[in-house]
Design a protein. Structure first.
Ligand SMILES: [Zn+2]
Length: 312
């Protein structure tokens, strides 16, 4: 059976408000105590072992450390999702990038998880400096790219709705992402890139919050979209790597201030039902593992697919 992966970015309420430019983020509001057990319950019901990308600033706090401990105890991989979930991470210097990576590793291991070997940056962007830091620190994979043309649309939406006046021209990636590979590949350094899968050919997202956005219009549309994506993945031999977020199981009332966020009008019970259906559909065709295990399983197939790190 072919392998697919599921990963979760444990983005907290404050991180969404920060990206949205809501000053309320500085109080660091958290929904991890609600979201983490609910997500672990859904994964447990499906007997799934996944990967959870954790933000260092959360892992340093009591509720985040408790989340890391619970995730590890349930057998999931804990990976690095940067320290400050800074959407402008790609503007950082090499020293600043290294500090983001290292401080998060320290917080994750202090909370009881093994040292991470996987990284996903906030905002779906990687830079040569970042890849350098990761391979130097012994990381096996990066999972930061989202090969889609929806990014520029998301940026347009963000610029219209955000309260922040900070320039976001590079937020959510540029048009070049359309041509980024949808399949896993290997960088020069040996580090594996595992893209967040988008629908083959159409290059539209298939991750949880996008499906919820469709679900808000029509539940049949969301299911049809995901079914079509799985069919195309099988036809084109693209191993799906599905991305989830805590908001995929939370109601609007459980994420105060996030009414702006797509799909938040869907009740938590309907969200959990859709997520269960999605995971079931994925498991009918694939052996589903976390991103780290996915990379390990693909390893032999990735020879000869190296790309130059500094080719732009
Ligand atoms: Zn994130």
């Amino acid at each position: 059976m072919n392998v697919a992966s599921v990963s979760l970015d444990l983005d907290n309420l404050w991180a969404y408000l920060k990206t949205h430019g809501d000053p309320e983020w500085e109080r660091m509001p958290s929904f991890l105590a609600t979201a983490t057990p609910r997500l672990l319950e859904v994964f447990g019901e499906h007997g799934l072992t996944t990967t959870v990308f954790v933000v260092g600033a959360d892992a340093e706090r009591d509720d985040g450390a408790a989340a890391v401990a619970a995730i590890t105890a349930a057998g999931h991989e804990v990976a690095n999702h940067s320290f400050g979930h800074e959407p402008w991470l790609h503007r950082y210097s090499r020293t600043e990038l290294e500090a983001e990576v290292v401080r998060t590793e320290e917080a994750i291991t202090a909370a009881g998880a093994p040292r991470p070997v996987g990284f996903r940056g906030p905002g779906y962007s990687v830079t040569p400096d970042l890849l350098d830091v990761l391979s130097e620190r012994g990381y096996r994979y990066d999972a930061s790219t989202l090969p889609t043309w929806i990014g520029p649309l998301a940026r347009f939406y963000h610029n219209r709705s955000a309260k922040s006046t900070k320039d976001s021209s590079e937020l959510f990636g540029g048009f070049s992402k359309v041509f980024a590979p949808n399949r896993p590949y290997r960088w020069d350094s040996g580090l594996v890139e595992l893209p967040v899968t988008t629908m083959p050919l159409l290059r539209v997202p298939i991750h949880g919050s996008y499906l919820l956005q469709l679900h808000q219009l029509s539940p049949a549309l969301a299911r049809g979209h995901f079914r079509a994506a799985l069919r195309l993945c099988r036809v084109f031999g693209v191993p799906p790597s599905l991305l989830l977020h805590p908001t995929d199981v939370l109601s609007a009332g459980e994420a105060p201030g996030m009414e702006f966020f797509p799909g938040m009008a869907v009740p938590a019970r309907d969200k959990a039902a859709l997520l269960g259906w999605v995971l079931g559909a994925l498991r009918r065709h694939y052996e589903v593992v976390g991103t780290g295990a996915h990379v390990a399983r693909l390893d032999g197939d990735l020879r000869g697919t190296r790309r130059l790190e500094r080719s732009g």
